[in-house]
Structures are given as C-alpha cells and as structure tokens.
Design a protein around this ligand. Structure first.
Ligand code: CAA
Ligand code: NAD
Length: 295
C-alpha cells in the first residue's frame, strides 16, 4: 500500500503547510479549497513560506521551484480524492468533516487512505461515517507544519494495521517524526497543551500578571519558544475555542472548559494573527498587546 500521490483538502494555516511539506518531499500533491479565491490564497501561503525559507537559507531556489512544480491547487474535490492518501485540514467541526469524507468516498478509489488532521475530534467518528472504516487514520501535524517535526499517528478501533503502517511510513517520507497515539480527544500533545493555554487565559482573566509578562514568564522561565498567549494567537482563537468545546464535551473536566474571555474574543472576531488581532495587535511591528487588555 505504497503512497505515491497526496490530496490535501482545506488550504488554510495547516492544509497549506501540509501540502508544502508533501510537495517538497517529492509527492505530486493536489490541494483543494472551496473557491477559486481561497485556492489562490492557499497557493500564496505556500509561496510566502517558501520565500521565507529561501530568505533564511533553509530552502534553495531549486527546492522552491521543485516544490511548486509538484503542487496543484484548485477547487475540484475529485482531483484530491483520486490520490493514494487524502489528508483533510478543514475547520474543526465533525459535521463538516463527515460530510466531506462521504463526498470524497464517492470519488476515491478503494485503496485510498483517509487521514484527518483534527486536533480534538475522535477518528472513530469519521472512520465509521466515511464508508471505509479500516482505512481512516489521524495524522496530526503541528503548526507551522514546515518547521514542526512531529506528527501524531492515530489508530481508530476500526483502523487496519496495513493503514497504520502505510500512514506511518508516509510520515517518515515527509521527514517528520511519527508517534503513535490512541484515539482519545486531543491525543498526546493537545491533552497537555490545551489546558495549559486555557490556564494562561484564566491567568489574564484573574489579573495574575499582564499579557506580556505571562508570555515573558513562560519564555524565559520555562524555555518555551513562544509564550502561551502568543501561541494562542498563532494557533487561532477560533480553532482553540472549537477544540476546547470538543474536549470539554468529551471529558467534562473543567480544565478543558473554554474561559469566558476566549469566547468573547472569538465573538468579537479577534481570532489572533489570522484576523490581525487577538491577545496582540498585529497592525504594529513589533505587535502590541491589544488595547482592550491593557485598559
Ligand atoms: N522555511 C524553512 N525554514 C524556516 C522557515 C521557513 N518558512 N522559517 C523559519 N525557518 C527556520 C529558521 O531558519 C530556523 O532554523 P534554525 O533553527 O536551523 O536556525 C528555524 O526555522 C526557526 O526559525 P526562526 O528563528 O525564524 O523562528 P523562531 O526561532 O522564532 O521559531 C517557531 C519559530 C518554530 C514557530 C517557534 O517560535 C516555535 O516553535 N513556536 C511554538 C510553536 C508551537 O508550539 N506549535 C504547536 C502549536 S499547537 C498545534 O499545532 C496543535 C493543535 O492541534 C492546535
Ligand atoms: P483554517 O481556518 O486556517 O483553515 C481551514 C480551511 O478549510 C479554510 O481555508 C476553509 O476555506 C477550508 N475549508 C472548509 N471547508 C472545506 C471543504 N469542504 N473543502 C475544502 N476546504 C474547506 O484552520 P486550520 O488552523 O488550518 O485548521 C484546520 C484543521 O487542522 C482543524 O481540524 C484544526 O483543528 C487542525 N489543526 C489546527 C492547528 C492550528 O494550530 N491551527 C494545528 C493542528 C491541527
């Protein structure tokens, strides 16, 4: 069950990174977005990331050109569905993901493996609904995909050994480090990381310290590359809210409950970097703490 071609569905933050990594590993890669305008934006994300890589001397101009030559971006779901593996990176919503898998199943050959990049949904729910329960795995990449070495490989109770083996071998061909995780909401990393980020929001809510001091504390006191509030802006507050809601529904543990401030910020359209404002305001360089948080 060798994987030679890769379909990616959803070209946002994660899908564009996954497509970049697959194309740069030499796989013919087909990235699918919903509209032509979103497809153009997705291609632009890959081009910008490659340009930064070239600027930093980590990607050669030849590697950039080869990556872009391996990548097709469009709106036809059939193009992605005809590949040996299809990886979905659409919004964190079970109903949307299930509808998508059912649509892809109608067009994909029987051999195709389905992989979800979900952060917090259980793979079994998608596997059962997909029409091919033995061929669905979780492949959980980390943001930013071109720079983060880990991929969690998640086996649902219905997944065959052959699918897990093929997906793990594929992750290695991408140059990433796989770890095997059980199909429990949040897998390994988000089970630990999400409560930590939510606790940082609670620290802001209760006035433990300022936004910038909380971030500086965790950078300089715990050696994290980014403070938790910067990381929240980086992940996307909308995505984090969905993840917290799903994990709280699953476990009913208060550590996963979304804090009111997170909900209010999402309602106000403060999604973090992607919308220009979250805990920080990105209209300034360097970004400043958002004005409403320093009042
Ligand atoms: N292409 C290739 N290489 C690049 C690049 C690009 N576009 N951009 C940067 N690099 C290289 C740099 O040259 C540098 O390489 P060396 O270490 O060999 O010198 C390295 O990548 C780091 O780059 P920078 O120095 O520019 O950036 P940084 O040191 O500020 O690191 C970061 C950036 C890797 C994002 C770092 O801040 C980090 O690790 N942050 C935390 C990210 C994190 O926790 N992600 C997980 C989020 S949670 C998640 O994803 C799961 C979920 O379900 C929500
Ligand atoms: P995002 O909002 O940046 O991108 C989602 C993209 O999916 C959008 O561009 C949207 O147009 C597209 N889309 C929606 N429905 C589609 C469809 N039917 N067909 C094709 N495209 C469709 O979100 P993201 O941050 O990239 O997250 C995507 C997935 O990855 C989620 O499941 C999320 O939980 C997971 N994830 C996110 C992160 C993170 O740090 N943001 C990390 C790991 C995993």
């Amino acid at each position: 069950m060798a994987i030679e071609t890769v379909g990616v569905v959803g070209g946002g933050l994660m899908g564009s990174g996954i497509a970049q990594v697959a194309a740069s590993a030499g796989f013919p890669t087909r990235l699918r977005e919903v509209t032509a305008a979103l497809a153009t934006q997705a291609r632009g994300r890959v081009e910008r990331s490659l340009a930064i890589g070239v600027g930093k001397g980590k990607v050669t101009p030849e590697q950039r050109d080869a990556t872009l030559a391996h990548l097709t971006v469009g709106t036809d779901i059939g193009d992605a569905a005809s590949c040996d593996i299809v990886i979905e990176a659409v919004v964190e919503d079970l109903a949307i993901k299930v509808a998508l898998w059912q649509e892809i199943d109608r067009q994909a050959p029987p051999r195709t493996i389905f992989a979800s990049n979900t952060s917090s949904l259980t793979i079994a729910d998608m596997a059962v609904a997909s029409g091919r329960p033995d061929r669905v795995v979780g492949l959980h990449f980390f943001n930013p995909v071109p720079l983060m070495a880990l991929v969690e490989v998640v086996r649902a109770i219905t997944t065959s050994d052959a699918s897990v083996d093929a997906a793990t071998a594929f992750v290695r061909r991408l140059g990433k480090q796989p770890i095997a995780a059980r199909d429990t909401s949040g897998f390994v990393v988000n089970r630990l990381l999400i409560p930590y980020m939510l606790d940082a929001i609670r620290a802001v809510e209760t006035g433990v310290a300022s936004v910038s001091d909380i971030d500086t504390g965790m950078r300089l006191g715990a050696g994290h590359p980014m403070g938790p509030l910067t990381l929240l802006d980086f992940v996307g507050l909308d995505t984090t809210l969905r993840i917290a809601e799903i994990m709280y529904t699953e476990f009913r543990e208060t550590r996963f409950a979304p804090p009111p401030l997170l909900r209010q910020m999402v309602t106000a359209g403060l999604f973090g970097r992607k919308s220009g404002r979250g805990f920080y305001d990105y209209s300034a360089e360097p970004p400043r703490v958002s004005a409403f948080l320093s009042r």
